[in-house]
Design a protein around this ligand. Sequence first.
Ligand SMILES: NC(=O)c1ccc[n+]([C@@H]2O[C@H](COP(=O)([O-])OP(=O)(O)OC[C@H]3O[C@@H](n4cnc5c(N)ncnc54)[C@H](OP(=O)(O)O)[C@@H]3O)[C@@H](O)[C@H]2O)c1
Length: 327
Amino acid sequence: MRYRELGRTGWKVSEVSFGAWAIGSAWGRVDDNESMAALNRAIDLGVNFIDTADVYGAGHSERLVARLKKERRETIYVATKAGRRLSPHTADGYNRQNLRTFIEDSLRNLETDCLDLLQLHCPPIEVYYQPEVFGALDDLAKEGKIRYYGVSVEKVEEALKAIEFPGVQTIQLIFNMFRTRPAELFFPEAQRRRVGILARVPLASGMLAGKMTSQSAFEADDHRNYNRHGEKFDVGETFSGVDFETALAAVEELRAIVPAGATLAQLALRWILMFEAVTCAIPGAKRPSQAEDNARASDLPPLTEVQMAKAREVYDTYIRKLVHQRW
Ligand SMILES: NC(=O)c1ccc[n+]([C@@H]2O[C@H](COP(=O)([O-])OP(=O)(O)OC[C@H]3O[C@@H](n4cnc5c(N)ncnc54)[C@H](OP(=O)(O)O)[C@@H]3O)[C@@H](O)[C@H]2O)c1
């Protein structure tokens, strides 16, 4: 496993880290023993950073991470999120009092007295124009409730606005072979300001693992069933916003550039790591075998110019017109 500096935090985090949404909720049936085994396997292989949120199974994901931290002696940085418990999810809900309540609940779930990294969870656009929200986070940091804070965003423009606030240490956004626009304007600006970048949905919800077919079916409580068209949350979070059949066709073309002995999932992760502005990819994993497959992507040699050019060509041919100007 290789490590990268996370913004100005002084932390060195595993370039392939762990996304803990699926072990909490919204991805069909999961087994806590398997989830714990997946987390443990990741730590065995050098992963030291986990992304979770208060809403992933109403604290369940956070509680599994707390269990992991009790079982392991290694340093494990935990990023969680706040805001999505608001219903309705409105900008005025991102006030000092609610943020404190959400943070106190996460502190309890994670069994700690200070959160390593607290991210606003894809807040409404107005929040980026309310400096008092970021002021409240500065105060919570001074108070010792949170060590650092960042923002999980939907759009490049939100990322650019968020990093104008000097306290923002990290931006989490979708970046993968089906979502390349962040590399154009945002990455150079984030590097200039030394802001860490967490690349989420790196496997386009498992699509880029290359295991799906037009017959693939998903359980009723899996967002790949119920959010195909953005029925519950931003459609970009499900298969990266690419329609299923187009995604399958693009994946078929990508098989040609999978490095010898590697998996398609590893190609997808290694592609992300080719961008030095990215601190880490945070693939979700429900089983130890997935955690292992993903962590080992860090050991692959850099992709060649030919592989990168083919990935670009597939994006330009299949994906660009569907997503490029949407997020
Ligand atoms: N708004 C936000 O802030 C937000 C939104 C989305 C995600 N996130 C964060 O980003 C993380 C990653 O995104 P994501 O979980 O949505 O999508 P993802 O990482 O692209 O896909 C994860 C899913 O792909 C499958 N998979 C993983 N590794 C695999 C492998 N090696 N081979 C085959 N299949 C594999 C698993 O599901 P199956 O086995 O069921 O196929 C897994 O749950 C989340 O866990 C969460 O921490 C944050």
